[in-house]
Design a protein around this ligand. Structure first.
Ligand code: ATP
Length: 301
């Protein structure tokens, strides 16, 4: 990677600079120790408090996203994918590091807050208004959203009666209606059928063509390969590989295959080799930048 090339305001939509995310989480695991520790445990049992452990969800992630990119994020359970999206969306503040986004990203999560007792149609209205569309614009886009979701007359039924795939389709259609410049999608597309996949791919292409950036979290390397131009493989909160979607997906698949065959040593070696071979991104802000302010002095090293 170019050691000093600055990237300019007009190209960058999101910059993530050395982001760490730590959580302190109560653990019921018995701590080793002698009698004193045993007494401590007994006391905690009575008062109900538990010792806390540190979980490192992200351990120094840096990346710069450009206009027109669709970036897949892959990795095993707990590798930090959703945390990264939440941090980019501004829902959580990193423990360390900085995130700057050109405009407010829209996060489309599997648990996007829709109301189960309302119909799909009512939820579309609610979702559009919540994303800042005017009531008039909401009515205008309603038919397109319903069309993109493609769930037929079920759109008039309460959302609690939907299958997970139907709910995911509706959420995607609602998020896409806002025409966000930065769209973050957490798993939502993996449950759709072939027709929906094609429609959602087309809609994502439109969003990207509209000078936007789309981030997609998915376990399936194939989905990432088909939908993204670039992919980032995360493992234990670190970037293993950040490159063209096809190459990253191929490497990740090979690693996952070795793990599934019980070849843990070979998988570990592949992981280490991949990290060693890849040139890590390092994004720095020359001036103190804040979320929502344009990227002015960021440099990728
Ligand atoms: N709010 C939280 N409080 C405590 N720990 C958390 C929290 N959110 C995430 N974690 C932990 O951070 C790590 C990364 O979680 P994250 O959900 O980002 O992983 P993921 O790659 O999206 O996983 P999955 O593929 O299973 O959805 C995990 O160990 C998880 O337990």
């Amino acid at each position: 990677m170019d050691g000093s090339r600055p990237f300019w305001e007009k190209d960058v939509t999101v910059a993530v600079a050395n982001v760490h995310m730590h959580y302190r989480v109560p653990s019921t695991r018995a701590a080793p120790g002698g009698r004193a520790a045993g007494v401590g445990r007994a006391v905690r049992k009575v008062v109900g408090s538990q010792p806390k452990v540190l979980v490192r969800a992200l351990a120094g992630v840096s990346l710069a996203a450009y206009r027109g990119e669709s970036i897949g994020i892959i990795g095993t359970n707990g590798s930090g994918k959703s945390t990264l999206l939440r941090v980019i969306a501004g829902l959580e503040r990193p423990s360390r590091g900085e995130v700057v986004a050109e405009t407010s990203p829209v996060l489309l999560g599997v648990n996007a807050a829709l109301v189960p007792d309302l119909s799909g149609e009512q939820n579309v209205r609610l979702g559009c208004l919540a994303m800042g569309l005017s009531p008039e614009r909401t009515e205008e886009v309603l038919p397109d959203v319903v069309d993109l979701a493609g769930i037929g007359d079920a759109v008039y039924l309460p959302m609690r009666t939907y299958s997970s795939g139907m709910g995911a389709r509706l959420r995607f259609a609602i998020a896409a209606a806002a025409n966000p410049r930065i769209l973050l999608i957490d798993e939502a597309l993996s449950t759709g059928d072939a027709a929906f996949k094609e429609r959602s791919e087309r809609r994502m292409d439109e969003l990207r063509a509209n000078a936007g950036t789309v981030f997609i979290v998915n376990h399936a390397a194939q989905v990432i390969e088909e939908m993204c131009t670039r992919a980032i493989w995360l493992d234990r909160g670190r970037v293993v590989l950040d490159g063209p979607a096809e190459e990253t997906a191929r490497r990740y698949r090979l690693w996952a295959w070795k793990v599934s065959k019980g070849e843990q040593d070979a998988a570990d070696t592949l992981l280490k080799e991949t990290i060693a071979e890849s040139s890590p991104s390092s994004v720095k802000f020359a001036a103190t930048a804040q979320r929502g302010s344009p990227v002015r002095h960021a440099r990728r090293h």
